[in-house]
Design a protein. Structure first.
Length: 103
């Protein structure tokens, strides 16, 4: 079903989004999040970022695990989720690079 692939793509995107938030949080560094002021540009506390990162892991897991029959042995499933990770990561790198002042 086509919508399984949409779920796999967004599952990968959520997993990709989890990485910078969780990593910044466990390093004790403030990082932009949707809960900052202004959203996505202001800095949130490390605790908020750990929680936001873990929430993203949970959503990504649920999308991959419970929508369709995701299989690591199926290259189209893995490629679809990987594309979600890649595109989200590239978008986040561009956004956070401009927000954090690096290019």
């Amino acid at each position: 079903m086509w919508y399984h692939y949409v779920a796999y793509f967004f599952g990968g995107a959520f997993l990709g989004n989890a990485i910078p938030h969780y990593a910044s949080g466990v390093m004790g560094r403030p990082f932009p999040s949707p809960f900052a002021s202004p959203p996505g540009k202001g800095l949130s506390s490390p605790t908020i970022n750990v929680l936001w990162g873990l929430f993203n892991v949970l959503v990504g897991y649920l999308l991959l695990r419970y929508v369709g029959a995701f299989s690591l042995q199926n290259w189209s499933h893995v490629a679809t989720a990987g594309l979600g990770v890649l595109l989200m990561s590239a978008m986040l790198a561009r956004h956070f690079g401009s927000v954090m002042g690096s290019r």
